[in-house]
Write a protein that binds this ligand. Structure first.
Ligand code: NDP
Length: 246
């Protein structure tokens, strides 16, 4: 049987990029998968078709992660529709970068709401539904550990917050047999950071492997953390960054 047979997963921001690759990978491992998205209903619908083609139940929910009530309601809705919730992947993120003089309170509030508050709110809601074997997996960033470019103060701050959230929740949920971990991707070929973008060669140069990750590279680490093989891993950060932070 597949590793995740009978499990239910929710991936935030699953319509494109890393989240889409994670959603599909978890489905191929046997999980029923729900995903949230903000605007791209078309892409979310594509993913739902692909998950169904893998033989699993699928559901897409429009839920802006910046809206705490919508985030929490989405988690409850998945648990109600699919009857349980085993795996939460907090992936949706915004990437507001620029000189600090140009980052206003609106950018600050949006970054914190999507990148930090939503994972907190979703985890809090998920904790009510999860039982032993549950998994919370946060998607951070290499920039939390090595902030090599100017303009990333706000983004790096938000991703570093996930280190504390992961450790604190990991400590708290351990007694219930639920693990909480963080995956820090390096440069990954998505709409947010295309491998053929203007700065891509320079960015690749900071990795040891000299290239971008594919979204499936990040999904592979998430699949490990979602399954039984990672049962003794909690509160950990796994860098999937091609050596960017070495
Ligand atoms: P993309 O921009 O390619 O995709 C973002 C996804 O998140 C989309 O599905 C989008 O939905 C969704 N999303 C964005 N904002 C919201 C919101 N407010 N509410 C709900 N959904 C939202 O991003 P990536 O795949 O590149 O990034 C995914 C995660 O990985 C992020 O947390 C990012 O910080 C992190 N990361 C990415 C790296 C990279 O190089 N790509 C490197 C390190 C970390 P919709 O389609 O509706 O817009």
């Amino acid at each position: 049987s597949n590793v995740l047979d009978g499990k239910v997963a929710l991936v935030t921001g699953g319509s494109r990029g890393i989240g889409a690759a994670v959603a599909l990978r978890l489905a191929r491992e046997g999980a029923d998968v729900a995903l949230t998205y903000e605007r791209r209903e078309d892409r979310a619908a594509d993913l739902v078709e692909q998950i169904k083609a893998a033989g699993r139940r699928a559901m897409a929910l429009a839920a802006d992660s910046a809206d705490a009530d919508a985030m929490s309601a989405a988690v409850d809705r998945v648990a109600a529709e699919f009857g349980r919730l085993d795996i939460l992947v907090n992936n949706a993120g915004v990437f507001l970068v620029g000189p600090v003089e140009e980052l206003g309170l609106a950018e600050f509030e949006r970054t914190v709401a999507v990148n930090v508050r939503a994972p907190f709110v979703a985890s809090k809601a998920a904790a009510r539904h999860m039982t032993a074997g549950g998994r919370i997996i946060n998607i951070g960033s290499n920039m939390a550990e090595r902030t090599v470019f100017p303009g990333f103060a706000l983004y790096a701050m938000s991703k570093t917050a996930l280190v504390g959230l992961t450790k604190g929740l990991g400590r708290e949920m351990g007694a219930r047999g639920i693990t909480v971990n963080l995956v820090n991707p390096g440069p990954t070929d998505t709409d947010a950071n295309p491998a053929d973008g203007p700065n891509a060669a320079m960015i690749s140069g900071f990795t040891a492997l000299g290239r971008y990750a594919a979204p499936t590279d990040i999904a592979a680490a998430v699949a490990f953390l979602a399954g039984d093989d990672s049962g003794y891993v909690t509160g950990a950060t796994i860098n999937v960054d091609g050596g960017f932070t070495i």
